[in-house]
Ligand binder design. Structure first.
Ligand code: LMR
Length: 404
């Protein structure tokens, strides 16, 4: 069976971490995978997480299975973060609402359950993805057997949202198609729609009868937990049905614990219950029921006012540090006389979250890695959250050398 198998290409993002680890250069810099680092270049475990883990060690009564859709408190805490406590959509089906949340193994697990559920319930739906998007998006939806199309997102000439081209493409969406949008901190561009643009997107999707799927992996990394949910809430207002895949990898720093959720919103309670039962069957044949640890950490923090306040403060520190690194990266490039954008480097500071599209070509990316041990994604995506005061000068020298 395995004698004639050809090797698969390495993953465009995670594969680079493997190559980075194997690189003996002591000055190597990893700006590939979307992981936050502090000023010392370390990825911290948040104090609130440590406290919640200690609490679980002392109080978790047993290790028996969770239900197929996970911990109910976690589901409620998730909907409160997404929609706001007291919002109609924060009520689940058991409380008469039209939302159903599934605790999932990371945002990726949530996306795969969403994809398999769509493939089971609506196999002829096309899934529309932004161009560019996270490379795992097309892989996940295609693996589930769904057709995938793209809509323009980035205007490379201005480094802004290509809103007109996007609207023109999405005007071709059919009723029942699914349009994937990044809730905030678009990966890889860092460009988010303005309030007006969100409103126009929501109206367009409602008009087309298309269902928004919001991938929300960076809540709290743009402006704040509430503000970052703005687009999602506008979509929820405009469209009767909604799919949200969210992740706590980045905002709780729980990467390896695989903590995420899928929230399905239907038109009414009966429809939501039916969809919930179908998604339960999908989960059961995928991984049966979700891993508990990381999700219980999250729900414990969110049920404790002091730990929640500590988490908010730590999240603000992470967000502010990334913003400072954006400024320093821009200023240092300016000092070196290197312009990455068309015109100036201002776009680096205007974008949100961990990523920016540097505009570096594939050849320049390869030279950065081969000649300077600087690892960025082949598309030119750079993880600003991996930059520090120490590595930015080295990085900018390297970029100056390959573009010059
Ligand atoms: C990224 O885009 O770097 C992150 O979302 C990590 C991943 O799984 O690719």
């Amino acid at each position: 069976m395995f004698a004639h198998v050809q090797p698969a290409p390495p993953d465009p993002i995670i594969g680079l971490t493997e190559a980075y680890k194997a690189d003996p250069n002591p000055n190597k810099i990893n700006l590939a995978v979307g992981v936050y680092k502090d000023a010392e270049g370390k990825t911290p475990t948040l104090a609130a997480v440590r406290a919640a883990e200690q609490w679980l060690t002392d109080h978790e009564p047993n290790k028996v299975y969770l239900g197929i859709d996970g911990d109910a408190g976690y589901g409620q805490a998730t909907r409160d973060l997404l929609f706001g406590p007291g919002h109609e959509l924060a009520r689940d089906t058991a409380a008469g609402g039209r939302s159903a949340t599934f605790q999932a193994p990371g945002g990726t697990g949530a996306l795969r359950v969403a994809a398999d559920t769509l493939a089971a319930l609506s196999p002829n739906s096309t899934v529309w993805l932004s161009d560019p998007t996270w490379p795992n998006h097309p892989a996940i939806f295609k693996a589930a057997g769904l057709a995938v199309k793209t809509y323009p997102y980035l205007d490379p000439a201005t480094n802004t949202l290509a809103d007109e081209a996007m609207a023109a493409a999405l005007a071709d969406a059919s009723p029942g198609d699914v349009v994937l949008l990044h809730g905030c901190c678009h990966n890889p561009t860092g460009i988010d729609p303005s309030t007006e643009q969100w409103g126009a997107i929501a109206a367009l999707l409602n008009d087309r009868g298309a269902v928004p799927l919001i991938d929300f992996a960076y809540q709290g990394f743009a402006t704040g937990l509430e503000d970052d949910a703005h687009g999602l809430r506008l979509l929820a207002e405009a469209c009767g049905e909604l799919i949200v895949c969210n992740s706590y990898s980045k905002n709780f720093g729980l990467y390896r614990e695989r903590v995420g959720a899928l929230t399905l919103v239907a038109g009414d309670n009966d429809a939501a219950k039916a969809v919930q039962s179908q998604a339960k069957a999908v989960v059961r044949r995928n991984y049966s029921n979700p891993p508990a640890h990381g999700a219980l950490v999250v729900s414990h923090i969110l049920s404790d006012a002091e730990l929640t306040a500590q988490w908010h403060a730590d999240l603000a520190l992470m967000r502010e540090r990334v913003a400072r690194m954006r400024k320093l990266f821009r200023d240092t490039l300016d000092e070196r006389g290197v312009t990455l954008g068309h015109g100036d480097n201002a776009f680096i500071q205007q974008q949100n979250g961990m990523f920016t599209m540097s505009g570096l070509t594939r050849e320049q990316v390869d030279r950065l890695r081969a000649e300077h041990a600087v690892y960025i994604v082949g598309s030119g995506r750079v993880n600003v959250a991996g930059m520090t005061e120490q590595n930015i000068p080295v990085l900018c020298d390297a970029i100056a050398a390959v573009v010059g």
